[in-house]
Ligand binder design. Structure first.
Ligand code: GLC
Length: 540
């Protein structure tokens, strides 16, 4: 079953890898209890080999009360028993590697779970104790300290401060169950460096760094509205020193990083990608870009330019476990403002969305750099409506119920149309309900249908792997060049006479002269023209 991957031949596999994100809880259930697990992933490795991905990125699989889907880690060296054991994770890493697939894990350095021993010990030790110095404990303001210590706002809404019975407040940029660590404390740095080694020793090839630009805080924790100087907690200069030491450790193992860095400022973003820091970072401008040729082109150009400045490859992502699924998003009438945001009941046209998502897949997979796919994207899954009484995401509750939260993109995958729960593997109701019609997206139906989303992704990934023109090894000549086109049409060449054309106009367009079509996201017209909302890969 092992496929010979050209990317294996090079130490720079990560530069142009196709990386598949696994949200373990919803991927496949191996023991039938309603929650996805490592046994489920191991049983579905053949799907990932057939799909043709180079690496898997696992969202957190560690011991966790799951107050934020595992981004509240209670112990980095233990796999959550709901998912399996450490021995099983080691087996999975090795098995995948045998099949030519590398493993990337998720490290969440900004915070831990409130069940982490560091935090439970800090609570027990009381105000003023050295244990509390690992976190950000403060007295409140106002009479009796009854007001939060500053005016910051949680990423999930509301104040990021929670008060304890002993009077102290603690900081949590996310949910109250996710206390922020104090990165100015040497023990915090030491512990994370040890955790990196722990996983690199187990064969992990890379680490995704959660909320990578938020770790460092101004020690005075000043009001946000105090307003001058650097931001009190976003993108502070101290972070670069942390990532330089991480890089030195990764280099010992030949491992790589991908940072989750949401920053609008291109120059500040690129600083994380300097040669002695992170190898790559997520580029969210492309993900957040509406379906508009001009805007897409500037998102692509801006991304390539900011990466070229530091010699790092770009990453291309259309969806992940935090944003609205692609086919739903692209099917909205207004693809503009708040494109990726979660909303209740925004009308969507799934046929249109699917057509565009197929075209977007060919666009993103043709760009130079690494491509990320989120589980279920290859099945064309839509965002699911979760009945309000089944919603689990803390984001929903912290918004006072106005935001549906992120569960709609985290629904258990459909594997077999004829099996209970669409073949997810559960013998009881899965942790999130699958909507009506979910079985029609099942992988087994799509595998044999040449027009399915799965067939499109498999063929695109096969071409991307086998056509040298799609490579990005960091040498000159691998960048893209735009071809002159009418407004609304995007077309660029890569090396080896490869061309990607996307038609976002209403009318079909002629492919460039003397080209042959390698793959298209939908049928061409009788005369061989490329219809609207369709992409084609061609050879000139
Ligand atoms: C990142 C994760 C998100 C999580 C948050 C807090 O943004 O992608 O799922 O809720 O960090 O860890």
């Amino acid at each position: 079953m092992a496929v010979n991957r050209p990317s294996d031949a090079t130490a720079h596999w990560w530069r142009d890898a196709a990386i598949y994100q696994i949200y373990v809880r919803s991927f496949a259930d191996g023991d039938g209890d309603g929650t996805g697990d490592l046994a489920g992933v191991r049983s579905r490795l053949p799907h990932l080999v057939e799909l043709g991905v180079d690496a898997l990125w696992f969202t957190p699989w560690y011991l966790s009360p799951l107050a934020d889907g595992g981004y509240d880690v209670a112990d980095y060296r233990t796999i959550d028993p709901a998912f399996g054991t450490l021995a099983e994770a080691e087996k999975l890493i090795a098995e995948a590697r045998e099949l030519g697939i590398r493993t990337i894990i998720d490290i969440v350095p900004n915070h831990v779970s409130d069940q982490h021993t560091w935090f439970t010990e800090a609570l027990a030790a009381g105000p003023g104790s050295p244990e509390r110095e690992l976190f950000h404990f403060r007295s409140g303001r106002g009479p009796d300290g009854a007001l939060p210590p500053n005016d910051w706002v949680s990423e999930f809404g509301g104040t990021p401060w929670t008060r304890l019975d002993d009077g102290d407040w603690y900081l949590h940029l996310f949910a109250a169950q996710q206390p922020d660590l104090n990165w100015a404390h040497p023990a915090v740095r030491q512990e994370h460096e040890d955790v990196l080694r722990f996983w690199f020793e187990r064969g992990v090839a890379g680490v995704r760094i959660d909320s990578a630009a938020l770790l460092a805080k101004d020690p005075a924790l000043p009001d946000f509205t105090a307003g001058h100087g650097p931001h009190p907690y976003v993108d502070r200069d101290e972070l670069h020193d942390i990532y330089r030491s991480w890089r030195a450790i990764a280099d010992e193992y030949g491992a790589v990083f991908v940072g989750e860095v949401w920053l609008p400022d291109a120059e500040r973003f690129a600083r994380y990608l300097r040669p002695d820091e992170l190898h790559t970072a997520f580029n969210f401008n492309f993900l957040a870009c509406p379906w508009d040729a001009g805007l897409l082109r500037s998102a692509i150009d801006g991304t390539l330019a900011e990466h070229a400045a530091v010699g790092a490859p770009a990453t291309w992502v259309l969806c992940n476990h935090d944003v609205t699924r692609t086919v739903t998003r692209y099917g909205r009438e207004d693809t503009g403002f708040d494109f990726a945001a979660k909303t209740f009941g925004t009308p969507t046209d799934l046929r249109l969305g699917t057509r565009r998502a197929r075209a977007a897949a060919l666009l993103s997979l043709a760009l130079p750099g690494a491509a990320y796919l989120y589980q279920g994207e290859e099945l064309g899954l839509p965002e699911a409506d979760i009945p309000r009484d089944r919603i689990q995401d803390p984001m929903h509750f912290r918004s006072g119920g106005t935001d549906p939260g992120r569960d709609g993109c985290r629904v258990p995958l459909p594997w077999s149309a004829g099996a209970p729960y669409a073949g997810f593997g559960s013998t009881v109701e899965p942790w999130l309900p699958q909507p009506a019609g979910w079985a029609s997206y099942a992988a087994d139906l799509q595998r044999t249908d040449p027009d399915s989303m799965l067939s499109l992704y498999r063929e695109a990934l096969r071409l991307r792997r086998t056509e040298p023109g799609f490579r990005d090894t960091g040498t000159a000549g691998e960048r893209l060049e735009w071809l002159p086109t009418p407004p609304g049409v995007l077309a660029f060449t890569r090396a080896d006479r490869l061309i990607c054309l996307v038609n976002l106009t209403e009318e079909p367009v002629e492919p460039p002269a003397h080209t042959e079509v390698l793959l298209s996201s939908g049928p061409l017209t009788d005369g061989g023209r490329i219809p609207n909302d369709t992409a084609a890969w061609l050879r000139g």
